[in-house]
Design a protein around this ligand. Structure first.
Ligand code: SF4
Length: 359
């Protein structure tokens, strides 16, 4: 399988061109075609000599993803399914601006990006974990989702959340390589502060990422304020319990400017007690984090239930009364299986790549 051009850093491309006996300025031309003009074929790079285009075409694929399906419509959440070179699938979700946060007229767009095929972390509410872990995505497959979403949508993506399929911090090296492509001035050039990495709480990687020079944001899938409750939902908590996680988050705060976010899916009778809310408020205050509350979305094959709206609001009130910024998230994409991993799970089950999950 040929390497993909979208996976080439400016330095790697310059080195390849030098070896091919090409002048250095060709690197900028090629990068412009890929990332700024966003062409879909090497042949469309019309200011390159035909012979160079030919050599490029025999040495590289242009893209590492093939867009096979879109679910949703232009003015709502849209989910893109991409086929990878090995026949596996990943998905990205393009989410229009939340008018409550940005105003009715805002056209800001956030892309939820996948980092692995499947996931080994098995969070109990999540479709991605259901079929287990297959492999890490490489940098071109991660950054390529953003490029493809812009090509399909015909418009810039304003911010990214690494919250799709996979645990991004379990694929940290490739993720950082992808982030270099996404933020680089010669490539996609999206500001690092518009990128949020969401993790289930991998403590050593959080400490490592805290030392990364870019001001990337971090969100933690917490979903339980005590070990007893969190371990029921997040098996990763058995390895890195809540206190250890919060020590690492303190370390993060000491090095980073942006506030942390705690994600908390509200599940009826599992983690929605007002006692949990009070403990969560204390923990959030200790690390100056804001809290996103997300009422549970039904996942086919799982039997947890969404709490009533009254309970969700009461939970948020405990946090707000304690002075914590707490959003009760507007639902996006409920009708198109927006929970991460569901579309890919359906596709791969239909094709017989994986068998239907039995939970
Ligand atoms: S929530 Fe994230 S870390 Fe947990 S199983 Fe799903 S993809 Fe993996």
């Amino acid at each position: 399988m040929l390497p993909s051009l979208t996976g080439q850093s400016p330095d790697a491309l310059a080195a390849w061109l030098e070896q091919a006996g090409q002048p250095a300025f060709r690197a900028k031309q090629i990068l412009d075609w890929i990332w700024k003009k966003q062409v879909t074929s090497i042949d469309a790079m019309t200011n390159l000599p035909a012979a160079l285009r030919e050599t490029l075409a025999t040495s590289f694929r242009l893209s590492s993803l093939e867009h096979t399906h879109t679910q949703g419509s232009e003015d709502t959440t849209r989910k893109f399914l991409f086929k990878l070179h090995d026949g596996r699938y990943v998905e990205s979700v393009l989410i229009p601006a939340n008018p409550a946060l940005y105003g009715e007229s805002s056209d800001r767009r956030t892309l939820c990006v996948s980092s692995q095929v499947g996931c080994a972390y098995g969070c109990k509410f999540c479709a991605s974990g259901l079929a287990g872990f297959t492999r890490n995505l490489d940098a071109s497959e991660i950054a390529g989702q953003v490029l493809a979403a812009e090509q399909i949508g015909g418009d810039r993506v304003d911010s990214l959340v690494f919250m799709g399929m996979g645990e991004p911090l379990a694929n940290l090296d490739n993720l950082l390589e992808a982030i270099a492509l996404i933020t680089g001035p010669e490539t996609l050039h999206l500001g690092a502060r518009h990128l949020t990495i969401s993790t289930s709480g991998l403590v050593p990687q959080i400490r490592k990422l805290a030392q990364h020079p870019q001001q990337i944001r971090l969100a933690i899938s917490l979903h339980g304020a005590t070990d007893e409750v969190r371990s029921k939902i997040m098996p990763v908590n058995n390895k890195w319990p809540v206190n250890e996680l919060f020590d690492a988050l303190n370390d993060w705060n000491a090095r980073k400017k942006q506030h942390l976010t705690l994600e908390y899916i509200l599940i009826k009778d599992v983690n929605d007690s007002l006692e949990q809310a009070a403990i969560l408020a204390k923990r959030a205050r200790a690390i100056r984090a804001k809290v996103n509350l997300i009422p549970y979305n039904t996942v086919e094959g799982l039997d947890w239930i969404r709490p009533s709206d009254t309970r969700c609001q009461a939970f948020r009130k405990v946090l707000r009364d304690a002075g914590i910024t707490a959003n009760l998230r507007l639902e996006k994409g409920h009708d198109i299986d927006a929970a991460c991993g569901q579309l890919r799970l359906k596709q791969e089950t239909e094709e017989g790549i994986i068998s239907a999950p039995a939970r």
